[in-house]
Design a protein around this ligand. Structure first.
Ligand SMILES: [Zn+2]
Length: 223
């Protein structure tokens, strides 16, 4: 539940998890706000519960954000603020593994930032980022947005960019990638410290292998 440490990224397919997604006023994890949060709970591969609410961001929603997700100022004006929504969300996720697309670099940063500012603690749930998983499982795709992967698998992208629809799409994509993950994992180098995959990188001093759990894990080795 809440603590002082972030959870760890784990590259695995689990049968029990919560998929979640945010819609926001923009792409800055520093200044933008959440306008919608949705989650679905999956137990033994079956969806058992869902959580979804619009959120009043207490600031105007820029037109470019509305253009992406269709969420207007009018729609959120009578909705609860995020400080009131977060405790229900945290209760919903419990200590389950979180799954989401690009959550390592985006959605979780909003959750950590706001939990820290409202409650002084952050959720420590381990998580699977399906963007990282897609880069490993589907290197043949040139783009790894959620809709690109869904289209690749023939999964419906109707209603994309509303949080609950994206959660359902994300669940389907996670399950399909889960089928090929074990064979993909066998072919990769693993971090001896944390078990995440090692990525081949080009740095100032040449090529090296770095842990994909960076910056939480700083393991590197020579290429
Ligand atoms: Zn590591």
């Amino acid at each position: 539940m809440l603590g002082t440490n972030k959870g760890h990224h784990t590259m695995e397919y689990v049968r029990d998890y919560v998929v979640f997604d945010l819609e926001t006023t923009g792409i800055s994890c520093n200044k933008d706000k959440v306008v919608e949060i949705s989650a679905i709970k999956v137990i033994d591969n079956q969806m058992t519960d869902e959580f979804t609410t619009l959120v009043n961001p207490e600031c105007p929603i820029p037109y470019y954000a509305t253009r992406v997700n269709g969420i207007t100022n009018e729609m959120v004006k009578d909705e609860p603020v995020f400080e009131k929504v977060l405790p229900d969300f945290l209760e919903f996720i419990g200590d389950m593994v979180l799954v989401g697309h690009n959550i390592h670099a985006f959605d979780l940063k909003f959750i950590y930032r706001d939990c820290d500012s409202y409650f002084g603690r952050i959720p420590s749930n381990d998580y699977v980022d399906t963007l990282k998983m897609a880069r490993l499982c589907l290197p043949e795709l040139s783009h790894h947005a959620l809709a690109d992967i869904a289209m690749f698998y023939g999964i419906s992208t109707e209603g994309a960019h509303r949080a609950l629809n994206d959660c359902r799409m994300n669940q389907a994509v996670y399950e399909r990638m889960g089928e090929i993950l074990p064979q993909k994992m066998e072919a990769v180098k693993r971090c001896p410290k944390c078990g995440n995959i090692l990525q081949h990188r080009n740095g100032k001093y040449g090529e090296f292998w770095g842990c994909s759990g960076y910056p939480e894990c700083r393991y590197t080795e020579n290429a």
